[in-house]
Design a protein around this ligand. Structure first.
Ligand SMILES: Cc1cc2nc3c(=O)[nH]c(=O)nc-3n(C[C@H](O)[C@H](O)[C@H](O)COP(=O)(O)OP(=O)(O)OC[C@H]3O[C@@H](n4cnc5c(N)ncnc54)[C@H](O)[C@@H]3O)c2cc1C
Length: 486
């Protein structure tokens, strides 16, 4: 295994459960990859994902190792999952339970939309049930595999899954604030809601319906606990050990890796570097998959980690989305014109509300994320980072967050690129239809038998739940390849 991010840890959990001897080579000093951590001046920052959904996928991985996830890695469902703040000063909460959400919408004076909400949930559940087993948690060998589940495909058609996401949600809710709240998740797939197919509402199901969770101690507790139980199960985890080469035998099959100056033999290798980077760094003699020639990458993000004196005012939630007024125009700027948004929407996460130990007494941890174009844009981040940081500071002050800074770190697309993320985006290839399912770069490299891929650049895609599944899918490829061999 190359990489101890969540994809690598997930693949390892399945491979060791299948009875294989598994070694993970990680260049960093600890597990997690993008799900990283940073310590400064007594503050602890989670540097990557903050919206954690679908914990049952982790339960499944821990269960394979004979462990109980909640005992090893306790977590709590956040309620509200999000606080949405609009420019007119109004707010809407995403609540954990159906009755509370209906009441929330009704109490904002939106009786008709409140009545429509249960039907919306029902629609999302049906989409999720059709998509997950048939199109997400499965390997594809060809486009024809899409027809392997004609019943599920027909159901998606009946559910309007191939129409516009924005239109599908607008047809259910009259209030545009609700439409924004239940469609902005398309951004997680690198798409504008107006351009996304309704099948991507499955992401809205994952956070708004299935729930957003927060592990005790912060997000980095996830890879830490995962690596710990893998170590207990006999997985050999080697940190500070970058892989410099994938070794091949005389017939071109994989033979092992060169890692930290040592050659380690292996029957199969799962590569979890960002997929385009895996080709340039570890398979330089191979032409990368054709889809990468003209690939559409997701927008990137600037993330500002701030340790501040003071606590947020009452009502501030763990996750706060500040929606812009400009909507279609902002997505056009970000995705089509590849410009900084003049009126950006931003996410402010305050993990110290639920993990006070992440900040010294009387202090808070803030994580401010603004979507920005990837490195295909004409933006020089060496000159732009100062102004970007100042804009975020003004935004925090204007929105009443504590802004007396003790320590800070700004991460820009240039920093993501330096960490090996193609086009400077941590969100990989966008989930356009032509880059999803069988059209996404596959997880098998047929030219080097025994090399498989996991992570957000391959199937099924981007985000914590998807990369956990990608690890399982890669492990199932290894199972097919090695047959009964251990
Ligand atoms: C700022 C940010 C916010 C995000 N927000 C969310 C969110 O809220 N919800 C969500 O679900 N997802 C979110 N994501 C996405 C999610 O974090 C990623 O999709 C996921 O963590 C990627 O996991 P991975 O294992 O595929 O890749 P990585 O975590 O990148 O793992 C790859 C590993 O390979 C290692 N490596 C690289 N090269 C080598 C080498 N040559 N030798 C050995 N090791 C090597 C790296 O050090 C790394 O540990 C966010 C990501 C970021 C960065």
């Amino acid at each position: 295994m190359i990489g101890a991010g969540l994809a690598g840890l997930s693949a390892a959990s399945q491979l060791v459960a299948d009875g294989h001897r598994v070694s993970i080579f990680e260049r960093g000093a600890e597990p997690g990859g993008r799900n990283g951590t940073l310590a400064s001046s007594g503050f602890t920052f989670d540097t990557g994902p903050t919206v954690f959904t679908m914990p049952h996928l982790l339960d499944r991985a821990f269960a394979r190792l004979g462990r109980d996830r909640q005992a090893e890695l306790p977590m709590t469902r956040l309620d509200p999952a999000y606080r949405a703040v609009y420019r007119d000063g109004s707010q809407l909460l995403v609540r954990a339970h159906l009755a509370d959400q209906v009441a929330e919408i009704r109490n904002r004076g939106l009786a008709r939309d409140a009545a429509a909400y249960p039907g919306f949930v029902d629609w999302l559940e049906k989409l999720y049930e059709s998509e997950m087993p048939h199109f997400i948690e499965r390997n594809f060998d060809s486009v024809l595999d899409l027809m392997a589940s004609p019943g599920a495909a027909a159901k998606l058609v009946r559910l309007g899954g191939f129409g516009s996401l924005e239109k599908a949600v607008s047809s259910r809710f009259a209030d545009s604030r609700l439409v924004r709240l239940f469609t902005f998740q398309a951004m997680y797939a690198g798409l504008a809601p107006s351009d996304a197919l309704a099948i991507y509402a499955v992401i809205t199901y994952m956070d708004c319906i299935s729930g957003v969770w927060f592990p005790d101690g912060g997000m980095h507790a996830v890879p830490k606990a995962f690596a710990r139980v893998l170590g207990d199960a006999g997985v050999d985890l080697r940190y500070g050990t970058p892989v410099s080469e994938i070794l091949r035998d005389s017939r071109g099959r994989v033979a092992g890796v060169s890692a930290g100056g040592e050659q380690v033999m292996a029957d199969a290798v799962v590569v979890t570097l960002d997929l385009p980077t895996a080709y340039t760094e570890l398979l330089p003699d191979l032409r990368p998959p054709r889809v990468l020639d003209r690939a559409a990458y997701s927008p990137s993000a600037v993330v500002w980690h701030v340790g501040v004196r003071g606590k947020p005012k009452a009502g501030v939630a763990h996750h706060n989305i500040h929606f812009a007024d400009a909507w279609a125009e902002s997505f056009d700027q970000l995705i089509k014109r590849k410009e900084l948004m003049t009126d950006p929407s931003r996410l402010v996460t305050v993990p110290s509300l639920d993990a006070p130990e992440m900040a010294p007494d009387g202090h808070s941890v803030l994580y401010v994320l603004e979507p920005v174009p990837h490195l295909g844009a004409d933006i020089d981040w060496t000159t732009e980072r100062g102004p970007a940081r100042d804009r975020l500071h003004r935004f925090l002050s204007a929105n009443g967050y504590p802004d007396d800074i003790v320590t800070e770190r700004l991460v820009t697309p240039a920093d993501w690129a330096a960490q090996g993320m193609a086009m400077g985006t941590p969100f990989s290839l966008a989930h356009t239809f032509g880059q999803t399912g069988p059209f996404r770069p596959g997880n098998v490299e047929p030219r080097v038998p025994g090399v498989f891929f996991a992570g957000s650049g391959t199937t099924p895609g981007v985000g914590v739940p998807m990369v956990l599944i990608s690890g399982e899918l890669a492990a199932s490829r290894v199972r097919d390849y090695l047959g009964g061999r251990r």
